[in-house]
Write a protein that binds this ligand. Structure first.
Ligand code: ADP
Length: 367
């Protein structure tokens, strides 16, 4: 039997709690001890019983639907440097953790992958500097690590959905429905800024689900002149057909084909030029809040259970898994590969190779 720890890291996402609950209970079901690492990698670097806590079946009661993450998350600078990871390695060994499940975004999973790759040299250094003994060295020679993707952005390659994305999408749609009512009443235009960092999934899906007039996402940019002309033409056409409201959705990371960020103010100015009374609404952190939708509760639960199975079945030769969902099935993918492809998407955008970025970004995107 193993000691399985779970942590949440990076930006919080609805469903992370459900994932923690699933991991804790699946671990106990498989006759393992379950632990939670508090405050993401920060807790791993600090260590001790305050940050690496054993959890009972009851400790995770009531977590299934709750938004955010009750075991805390943080951005941890120390973990980005080797000394921080060395300390984390020592703390894990001292706590007796032999498997770690990380629920986080692409940054967190990049960190997890690096930790896994570095583990043999970290543990060797701990032995050489007498921070662990021979027997610990042999017991903890291999790091069993597994990722589940918790992110409202749906920005991870090789999985169709990330935990939290559908909850955020539901919240965005609800907010736009509210805006619709007032826009329609006053015959106004609204520029709605949606989260998603460098990924346009939330903006695009929200646009489809609320029939927005125009959507701007980082993966499909046009020139700074191009988007203005196209948007104004489309909006004018809709207006000429008697539409009383205009909604333009701007993804947080929206850029022009010259990679200049597009600001909501710029978009508003164009709509004002059309004679429209235009307001900007930045949805902000409400997009992260609230309970997880049914899909995220289910996804997080199934993935949490699968993550525990995966770490228990791992041998030193199995590559670290990422628990994904592909065409509605929970599957194991390679953590390294998912991290690499996700990185290539960012690189493709930097190289202005937008078609490649779209291809890499997977099937849930529509042209
Ligand atoms: P997210 O996981 O939501 O993408 P971040 O990118 O902020 O969020 O990553 C969360 C944490 O993961 C960081 O604060 C850091 O501790 C760790 N991390 C991210 N990238 C790396 C990296 N390249 N190397 C080591 N640790 C990393």
């Amino acid at each position: 039997s193993k000691n399985v720890a779970v942590m949440t890291s990076g930006g919080d996402a609805p469903g992370m709690n459900a994932c923690v609950r699933a991991v804790v209970r699946a671990a106990i079901y498989h006759e393992c001890k379950a632990f939670c690492v508090m405050e993401g990698y920060e807790g791993l670097v600090r260590g001790g019983k305050e940050y690496i806590k054993e959890m009972s079946w009851q400790d995770v009661r009531g977590l299934l639907a709750e938004g955010g993450t009750n075991i805390g998350t943080a951005r941890c600078k120390a973990f980005r440097e080797r000394p921080g990871r060395l300390q984390a390695c020592q703390n894990m060994i001292e706590a007796g953790i032999d498997a770690l499940i990380v629920c986080g975004g692409d940054g967190s999973l990049t960190g997890a992958d690096l930790f896994r790759a570095e583990w043999p040299s970290l543990i060797k250094e701990l032995l050489d500097t007498n921070r662990i003994n021979q027997s610990q060295y042999h017991t903890y020679k291999h790091l069993n690590i597994c990722g589940t993707v918790g992110s409202i952005d749906n920005d991870m390659a090789t999985t169709d959905a990330t935990i939290g994305a559908y909850s955020a999408l539901a919240r965005v749609c609800q907010a736009i429905d509210y805006i619709d009512a007032t826009a329609n009443s006053h015959s106004r235009a609204f520029v709605v800024e949606v989260m998603g960092r460098h990924c346009g999934w939330l903006a695009l899906m929200a646009g489809i689900a609320t029939s927005a007039d125009y959507i701007m996402i980082p993966e499909k940019p046009s020139s700074s002149k191009g988007w203005k002309e196209q948007m104004c033409e489309i909006v004018s056409k809709h207006r000429s057909k008697g539409k009383r409201k205009t909604i333009v959705i701007v993804a947080e990371g929206a850029v022009t084909s010259e990679l200049e960020p597009i600001s909501s103010k710029e978009v508003r100015d164009e709509l004002v030029k059309l004679g429209l009374d235009t307001r900007i609404t930045t949805l902000g952190h409400v997009q992260r809040g609230g309970t997880a939708v049914a899909y995220d509760r289910i996804l997080a639960t199934l993935q949490g259970v699968e993550a525990v199975k995966a770490v228990l079945e791992c041998t030193p030769d199995t590559p670290s898994p990422l628990i994904a969902v592909v065409e509605n099935k929970i599957v194991r993918k390679s953590l390294v590969e998912a991290v690499q492809i996700t990185k290539s998407v960012a690189e493709a955008i930097e190289e202005k190779n937008f078609d490649k970025a779209m291809d890499l970004r997977d099937s849930e995107f529509v042209e």
